[in-house]
Design a protein around this ligand. Structure first.
Ligand SMILES: [Zn+2]
Length: 482
């Protein structure tokens, strides 16, 4: 008999807030500086220095809390999490223990069975530690170097409830969370630069069993895909252990991307090990009703709400709404264009087609191109009034994308105006018919298929400038006359 297991996953996400300066001092948070360039006595943990809270970081944390429906501890405080590690010169990290800034929130994810709310246990503020640098791997290196540039950088830690039931749900949760934070503009969520890090807690239990299984923590996953893979691996590992009658031990494991396995890092530490106590050098944070209200009033429209509204207001297919709202900059461009041009589906087609294609080719984001809501709307109007063909429009679009020139100027400059002059087209068509006598006879004998070929010849002859519908009509007329 095989046992079915239920999978229980909870995620802890560390997100770097994109403030200009660190959480408790004025040092820059800029990525990629010389090692230890962004340091001062406070973030180097020199004795006698005092931390001063960065108000912007609190503001951002508050935004993250309210956008994920967290309640706020209006009286919250900082605590010292004590442990010794070379990247932590003070011997403690300033974090929040029993009174996090936010608690009891939720993030909505889309699953195959529809929407599902994933609970958030808490969101708290804390400072980052420094970074150890080794020559080669940790095991091979004969020395460690420490870079404290990241020490004291503001983070929020977002802890989910164990509500995730599959590795795919875990990935969907991360996608949704990242999208919300990008909409808020409070973090760049760049996993490669370490501004978004994720640890997972995973356990399994036989279906129907109330009691949770032993949970294992998995660290060092460097992409959302890696999170999904690591969780899938870990779930299988635990199943095999249980089926062999082995006991799963509570431990921390590390995901190894090259072998596609989780490997043992260390046994699990308990909160007791950290000897948390209130940070005596910082006043408690008091968050007024007014501050919460202002935060709520200033929250941008969030991704799911925007998607629903796009479907409702612009009558877009769900797929289009999903793609367009995936990035708020793309969504903004869509709305700007629709403000000047009243066919939303056509705008969507251009943005999802030509625009995303060019963005991918260039590897840039929507606001880095030269396309604006105004010049895209102008281009679409030029197609509608017959000035240019939609084929030519693609070339004009690419030119607009690269140079930012107005479409009218490009059409004028390059002489791209569509040929809708019947006399001129008839002349071109008759030349082509003369050269393709056999095709003419085929059409005359009742086979209409070669008409398309002749339209193609006309388009070629006019370098795409002929109006294809008109050419089609005139070809039929001219063939009939022969
Ligand atoms: Zn500093």
């Amino acid at each position: 008999m095989t046992t079915n297991y239920e999978i229980i996953i909870g995620l802890e996400v560390h997100l770097q807030l994109n403030t200009e300066s660190k959480l408790f001092c004025g040092c820059s948070t800029k990525f990629g500086e010389e090692p230890n360039a962004n340091t001062c006595p406070v973030c180097l943990g020199m004795p006698g220095t005092l931390p001063v809270i960065n108000e912007r970081a609190v503001e951002y944390a508050l935004m993250a809390c309210r956008a994920t429906d967290c309640k706020i501890n209006q009286y919250n405080k900082f605590d010292r999490k004590n442990y010794y590690y070379p990247d932590l010169p003070k011997g403690y990290q300033i974090s929040q223990f029993d009174l996090p800034i936010g608690f009891d929130g939720a993030v909505t994810i889309e699953t195959e069975d529809g929407y599902k709310d994933i609970g958030l246990t808490r969101i708290h503020l804390e400072e980052d530690a420094g970074k150890l640098i080794h020559a080669g791997s940790v095991a091979d290196s004969d020395h460690s170097l420490v870079d404290f540039n990241r020490g004291g950088v503001p983070l929020i830690e977002i802890v989910s409830e164990p509500d995730l039931r599959t590795p795919a749900e875990a990935k969907a949760y991360l996608d949704a969370l990242k999208q919300i934070m990008l909409y808020l503009g409070i973090s760049d969520c760049n996993m490669e630069e370490g501004s978004l890090r994720c640890d997972a807690n995973v356990s399994i239990r036989p279906e129907g069993q109330e009691e949770f299984g032993v949970k294992v923590e998995v660290k060092n996953m460097n992409s959302f895909k890696a999170v999904e893979n690591a969780l899938s691996y870990e779930v299988e590992r635990q199943k095999k252990m249980l089926e062999n009658g082995d006991v799963i031990s509570q431990e921390t494991r590390s995901w190894d991307d090259t072998s596609n396995k989780t490997v043992l890092m260390r046994g699990k530490e308990e909160a007791d090990d950290y000897r948390y106590f209130p940070e005596p050098d910082l006043m408690p944070l008091e968050i007024s009703d007014q501050w919460i209200k202002e935060t709520d009033d200033n929250l941008p429209e969030l991704p799911l709400a925007k998607k629903e509204r796009f479907i409702e207001d612009y009558e877009l297919p769900e797929y289009d709404a999903e793609v367009l709202t995936d990035d708020f900059k793309l969504a903004n461009l869509f709305e700007e264009t629709v403000g000047n041009y009243s066919n939303p589906k056509e705008v969507s087609n251009w943005l999802m087609g030509e625009f995303l294609k060019l963005l991918n080719e260039e590897g840039i984001s929507p606001d880095e191109s030269n396309i604006t809501g105004n010049n895209l709307a102008s281009l679409l109007k030029l197609i509608d009034d017959g000035t240019i063909s939609s084929k030519i429009a693609k070339d004009v679009f690419e030119e607009m994308f690269n140079t930012g020139k107005e479409p009218e100027a490009i059409v004028e400059e390059k002489g791209l105006t569509q040929i809708s002059d019947e006399d001129k087209l008839v002349e071109i068509i008759n030349n082509i018919l003369d050269e393709n006598q056999d095709v003419v006879e085929e059409i005359q004998s009742g086979n209409e298929r070669p008409v398309g070929f002749l339209v193609g010849q006309v388009m070629k002859e006019t370098r795409g400038k002929a109006n294809p519908q008109l050419a089609n009509k005139l070809i039929r007329e001219e063939v009939a006359k022969r």
